[in-house]
Design a protein around this ligand. Structure first.
Ligand code: DC
Length: 222
């Protein structure tokens, strides 16, 4: 058995995974890997190249010469697409749906899962995503599945966007986007979003980030 451990945090968009995982990584002094950012980089490349994000054949071709790198500076993850730091661009609302589209294409998943395993090699790491406990690290020492009501997730996502200066989107649009992505991410054939049997479910609808962190840490210490 490996001397290193992984903490898998899966769940739908806006359930609080990334804030939670980032905080836990800091507390435990381990690496945080935001896997959604990688699919976002693929989605961004498709948008920039004018490729239909649902066209599997064209996306497959695109994946042949894509270069995605992940670096960490002072605990903050940076995502590089073909040599350019796209950490901010990948958060634009239109990239969310594009990421969800391309993430349903098997060759995209294979490439990203390989990269995630490579980055995690020889380290203690907490990863957030959709398939960490089911596919990337099925033997992860700890597995969590975060859920929250769609309305609460939309409220949080809107706030996050506003804080980033994105003001041309409404609550209704964000909610619609979340519901569309929930459906697409959980019904796709390749590694859909599922709660695996050995994952601990945490509902974050009515608890704040501090409480969620404490709850997760209490399970780890148990
Ligand atoms: O976590 P996020 O919202 O940044 O993820 C963007 C999209 O990427 C999401 O809609 C589905 C996809 N994704 C995935 O399929 N598997 C992962 N491990 C992470 C994200």
């Amino acid at each position: 058995m490996s001397e290193y451990y992984q903490i898998a945090v899966d769940g739908p968009s806006g359930s609080g995974k990334s804030t939670l995982a980032k905080g836990i990584a800091q507390k435990l002094g381990i690496l945080y890997l935001d896997t959604g950012a990688m699919y976002r980089a693929c989605g961004l490349k498709a948008i920039k190249s004018g490729i239909d994000t649902k066209d599997a054949e064209k996306i497959e071709k695109m994946m042949k010469d894509i270069k995605i790198d992940i670096t960490h500076e002072d605990g903050t993850q940076h995502v590089w697409l073909d040599g350019e730091d796209v950490s901010t661009d990948i958060r634009m609302p239109e990239v969310s749906m594009a990421a969800s589209d391309v993430s349903a294409i098997p060759c995209v998943r294979e490439a990203m899962v390989d990269l995630q395993r490579k980055i995690s090699e020889g380290k203690n790491v907490i990863l957030d995503g959709r398939d960490i406990g089911s596919k990337v690290f099925p033997n992860a020492k700890y597995k969590f599945f975060l859920v929250a009501a769609a309305e609460e997730r939309a409220r949080r996502r809107l706030l996050e966007l506003q804080q980033k200066g994105v003001t041309d989107t409404t609550y209704e649009e964000v909610l619609r986007d979340i519901e569309r992505r929930d459906l697409q991410d959980s019904t796709r054939a390749a590694s859909p979003l599922v709660k695996v049997e050995d994952a601990i479910e945490i509902d974050t609808t009515k608890i704040d980030i501090e409480q969620t962190q404490d709850l997760l840490l209490s399970y780890i210490r148990e």
